[in-house]
Design a binder for this molecule. Structure first.
Ligand code: SF4
Length: 308
């Protein structure tokens, strides 16, 4: 590939990532004027990309907000302590490395061979929330992307018996913190390409030796397999996550089935008992060099025959 061609492709990729982040920020009102945003950096491709795109958007955003990059060094054996400070020193941004030995706590409390991620995540969350509170942070930005959200949905359905994922915006249980995921509309494939092109100093994510990410890997492989066999399926699944019909599921908590009677107003198009339902699918995005024009974002309609 010529230099000119790869530069052109990189520019398109960067534009797409920025547009997707901007759209997610708008759609979910993630950032407001005066926000002080803590960007959590793990040293993986996703969080480096998140920081880069947010720093870039900060320059042109119609609102003023602060960014502070924060890494939690959990003292996992082999964690390369200098990598992130060295990288962050080259950027024009305040940063903080929090040192907290949660690794030893997890090792001490959890018996060998038992699952560690639950306690490890709770401890990490506690440290991050505590730091955010002490430093007047108004939003905590995490680097999870669209594919993380889809994988989490299936993990929860397959192993947790619930339909829930990672939301683009979340209020902490104690009500003190707002967590945002500005990469919610970004594909992992785009982020991986971007991180490679930017040559970020990636820190491996397997330092703790946990096997618990195995199930996530299995789900990832399942989704990749579907994507190969049925192009567009991943996009459709994500579209479904943004297009939920509580009245057509079976959860009494989110829809008042018991209170349903002839007196309750009907929702237009809600009765699909004998109809041929219409499904609005997003334009399939199967090509890495996808057309970024607005036309390509238009949805198309497909008819499914209800044979039930
Ligand atoms: S994979 Fe390791 S670092 Fe990540 S949550 Fe699990 S135990 Fe903690």
């Amino acid at each position: 590939m010529t230099d000119k061609r790869s530069k052109l492709e990189f520019n398109k990729l960067q534009k797409r990532l920025r547009r997707n982040v901007g759209k997610a920020i708008m759609d979910f009102s993630m950032i407001e004027d005066g926000d002080k945003i803590m960007v959590c950096l793990s040293g993986g491709k996703d969080s480096y990309t998140l920081l880069d795109i947010l720093m870039n958007l900060q320059k042109s955003a119609p609102v003023k907000f602060e960014l502070i990059a924060v890494n939690l060094d959990q003292k996992q054996p082999g964690f390369p302590e200098t990598v992130l400070p060295n990288y962050l020193s080259t950027l024009d941004i305040p940063f903080e490395i929090i040192e907290e030995d949660t690794y030893s706590v997890v090792k001490r409390v959890i018996p060998e061979g038992k699952t560690t991620c639950g306690l490890c995540s709770r401890l990490r969350r506690g440290v991050i929330y505590g730091w955010a509170e002490r430093h007047g942070i108004t939003k905590i930005a995490l680097g999870h992307h669209r594919d993380d959200m889809i994988e989490t949905l299936f993990l929860n359905m397959f192993f947790g018996g619930s339909m829930k994922s990672m939301p683009p915006k979340l209020k902490s249980d104690d009500g003190k913190h707002i967590v945002i995921r500005p990469l919610a509309y970004c594909k992992e494939r785009d982020i991986a390409k971007y991180a490679k092109a930017k040559n970020y100093p990636i820190i491996p994510c397997n330092l703790c030796g946990s096997q618990e990410n195995l199930q996530r890997q299995n789900i990832k492989m399942m989704l990749q397999d579907w994507d190969r066999k049925y192009p567009g399926r991943i996009e459709t699944i994500f579209k479904a996550m943004t297009n939920v019909a509580p009245s057509h599921l079976a959860d009494n908590e989110i829809y008042d089935f018991k209170g349903l009677s002839q007196d309750v107003a009907s929702k237009a198009g809600g009765d699909t008992l004998f109809d041929t339902p219409q499904f609005n699918l997003p334009e399939f995005d199967t090509d890495d060099d996808e057309d970024d024009s607005d036309e390509s974002q238009q949805s198309k309609s497909i008819q499914f025959v209800n044979i039930g």
